[in-house]
Write a protein that binds this ligand. Structure first.
Ligand code: MN
Length: 378
């Protein structure tokens, strides 16, 4: 039995993970769960799974929950998250708290030599270099949960790094793929929140519409697979059947494909290196007989270009990009700036940032904080 701790069990990745655990009770045991403040949702999870430890980030809400579950071990705050991420009984930590709150507990899980299923993009985007340094010093391993990185991870299994010619990340292109620059001016929050294939959280859905999500995935791929930037490509594949590919020096291309569902990559991370049965229907090739590929237009979708630039600049720039983008997306969702202004303001902010070395967690947190302040002001 694998004891699982979920950082962020009330989000969409967390909930899909719970489905997988409930269908595989003999294989996985839900040891700890956590939420920000959704105690309604987490109450149901407590009743269904009886976890040993529950963390509610918001202290007030944690106390409120304790009244309803007086015998349940309930912790709060960052301290609580770190406790479950490093608990000696935990075999697998699912890092799925969106935003930079997830960074510290994930770093602590690495230091505690845990197997980590990584669904939180910010960890590698903001602190890729630091994470890789820590991974060398500890026995921890990171298994990607994001569908693209899971695909690449699977395609690279047993392969030599020097035989990789390029990594090709596929992208849905988001809801505005065929919009003209003129139409970009009239994008509303409602339109941006409609993703063609996946139902996800609000922030990541906006990032998908600007292609920033793909930009972050490029940065993540760089740190996860240790390949040169020039060897990472993005292609629009709107059917989302191929989840990403690896091309090797002999011309072979390995693609991982399936019905588009997060269940498969999450389950693979949980069961790795094994595979377990799912309830997903046999893939229907005849219904999916038209797979298309289009080059992304980085002049139109500036965010993707900015992500490549941030990665080339390196040092603190990806971290700066990540935090600034988070604030700008929040502003867009609060009707304070337009959709087009997300990339415009980001570009301006990046030109103001002087990249610094990021040698420890404090450096990362400092850049993160600084960029949030700056992004709040533009
Ligand atoms: Mn993805």
């Amino acid at each position: 039995m694998k004891n699982i701790a979920i950082l962020g069990s009330t989000g969409s990745i967390g909930k899909t993970t719970l489905d997988i655990i409930s269908q595989n009770r003999g294989v996985f045991n839900l040891y700890a769960i956590s939420c920000n403040k959704n105690i309604f949702e987490i109450s149901q999870q407590i009743v269904q799974f009886c976890p040993k430890i529950v963390v509610v980030f918001d202290e007030k809400k944690a106390k409120e929950l304790k009244k309803n579950f007086p015998n349940q071990k309930i912790l709060s705050g960052l301290k609580g998250l770190i406790e479950i991420a490093t608990d000696p009984n935990v075999d697998f930590v699912l890092s799925s708290i969106m935003g930079s709150i997830g960074l510290v507990p994930t770093i602590e899980a690495i230091k505690a030599n845990k197997v980590i299923g990584l669904a939180n993009k910010e960890v590698l985007v903001a602190a890729g270099e630091l994470v890789n340094k820590l991974l060398k010093e500890h026995k921890s391993i990171i298994i990607p949960v994001d569908s693209e990185h899971s695909a690449i991870f699977q395609a690279l299994k047993g392969e030599k790094k020097e035989n990789v010619k390029r990594i090709i990340l596929t992208a849905s292109g988001g809801p505005f793929l065929n919009f003209s620059t003129e139409m970009f001016k009239n994008i509303t929050i409602e339109k941006a929140l409609k993703h063609p294939n996946f139902s996800m959280g609000r922030k990541i859905t906006i990032d998908s519409s600007t292609l920033m999500n793909k930009g972050f995935e490029v940065i993540e791929a760089f740190y996860l697979f240790n390949v040169d930037i020039e060897k990472i490509d993005v292609i629009i594949h709107k059917e989302q059947i191929i989840h990403s590919m690896v091309e090797f020096i002999d011309g072979s291309i390995l693609a991982q494909m399936s019905t588009p569902t997060m269940k498969i990559p999450i389950q693979y991370a949980l069961s790795y290196p094994d595979r377990i049965l799912t309830d997903i229907d046999d893939f229907d090739f005849l219904k999916n007989n038209n797979l298309t590929f289009v080059k992304p237009d980085m002049e139109k979708f500036r965010c993707l270009k900015l992500a490549f630039e941030a990665l080339k600049i390196g040092k603190s720039m990806p971290c700066f990009l990540n935090a600034s983008n988070e604030i700008l997306v929040e502003k867009f969702l609060n009707n304070k700036i337009s959709w087009l202004e997300i990339s415009k303001k980001l570009e301006k902010l990046m030109s103001l940032h002087e990249p610094k070395n990021m040698l420890c967690l404090e450096d990362v947190l400092e850049v993160d904080k600084l960029s949030r302040v700056l992004a709040g002001e533009v």
